[in-house]
Design a protein around this ligand. Structure first.
Ligand code: 2HA
Ligand code: ZN
Length: 293
């Protein structure tokens, strides 16, 4: 190769210089969100997990996508039942198994991983520095991503958490989707506008398994929020803010319920009033979750 070729090659390499991954907006969002959730008391110890579908072009500004650190098998799934084909090649940033939300902000490279979905597991492109792996709930997350992407091609975030009042409400309120959603809608005026599609509910099931993933994804065909009875909640949305906001709004409503459930109810938001609100915003909502003929 001549001198000019060398120069051209050097220029090309230089133009491909990678940016610092810790400054990437998606890493910062994961740090901020996990820290928020921890401080709200929703994600004690290793509770909770987040997966966030990334734009390949954006990730390529920070990582060499041809460099795979190692391949991580998908734990707890029956491959015959779990077809990951629609997500092959997609890149996600995911919280690590056994990792604490409390610690993500101080050490994202140990507590988070960026992975690409492959046939035999996930390819680690960055993170899990201590040899760690993706959250044990990754199969449930991936199944939810597939279900939500089918409903809304712009869906990118799946979030699982153990919000305190939502959980408390599970013990004292009937776990019926219509009744539970209706009670939440009654607790703050804007609830019906934030989650007009309502809240899906699964009975207590063993977490980390294929079957809870399949059941959650099935609910996610219709709902962006799914309660795992006496465990926590799943939320899905286009952005981190939207998804966090959904869970935050349910949790606020559940808090008001828990503050008032043992007291005589004197006032309430009427179903007719809820209809006025959704009509004002022009929203589609679960009419069958209201008691209006
Ligand atoms: O990752 O919350 O459901 C810890 C959990 C499991
Ligand atoms: Zn959990």
């Amino acid at each position: 190769m001549g001198f000019m070729d060398d120069l051209k090659k050097a220029g090309k390499d230089l133009s491909r210089a990678l940016k610092d991954i810790k400054s990437a907006p998606f890493v910062k969002e994961m740090c901020k969100t996990t820290a928020n959730m921890y401080r709200l008391g929703w994600d004690e110890r290793n509770g909770g997990n987040i997966s966030y579908l990334l734009d390949e072009k954006e990730v390529a500004e920070y990582l060499d996508l041809s460099k795979v650190i190692r391949t991580i098998p998908l734990a707890g799934v029956n491959e015959a039942e779990f077809d990951v084909t629609p997500l092959l090649g997609k890149i996600f940033i995911v919280t690590g198994t056994g990792k604490y939300f409390k610690n993500v902000e101080d050490d994202p490279e140990t507590n988070l991983g960026i992975v690409r979905i492959a046939k035999n597991g996930v390819e680690l492109l960055w993170g899990y520095k201590d040899g760690g792996r993706t959250t044990s709930e990754l199969p449930a997350h991936l199944m939810c991503h597939m279900a939500r992407l089918a409903a809304d091609p712009e869906n990118r975030v799946v979030m699982h958490s153990h919000p305190t009042h939502t959980l408390a409400m599970n013990y004292v309120h009937e776990l019926d989707e219509k009744k539970f959603t209706h009670t939440l809608w009654e607790m703050c005026t804007e609830c019906i506008a934030v989650f007009p599609d309502g809240v899906g509910i699964l009975p207590w099931m063993l977490c980390g398994t294929n079957s809870i993933g399949v059941a959650t994804a099935k609910k996610m065909e219709k709902f962006r929020l799914v309660i795992w009875a006496m465990h926590g909640i799943y939320g899905a949305g286009k952005t981190m803010d939207e998804t966090f906001g959904l869970i935050e709004t349910v949790e606020k409503a559940a808090q008001i319920y828990m503050l008032t459930a043992h007291l005589p109810r004197i006032n309430t938001i009427k179903d007719e009033d809820m209809v006025k609100l959704v009509e004002l915003f022009g929203l589609d909502y679960r009419k069958d979750f209201l008691n209006i003929k």
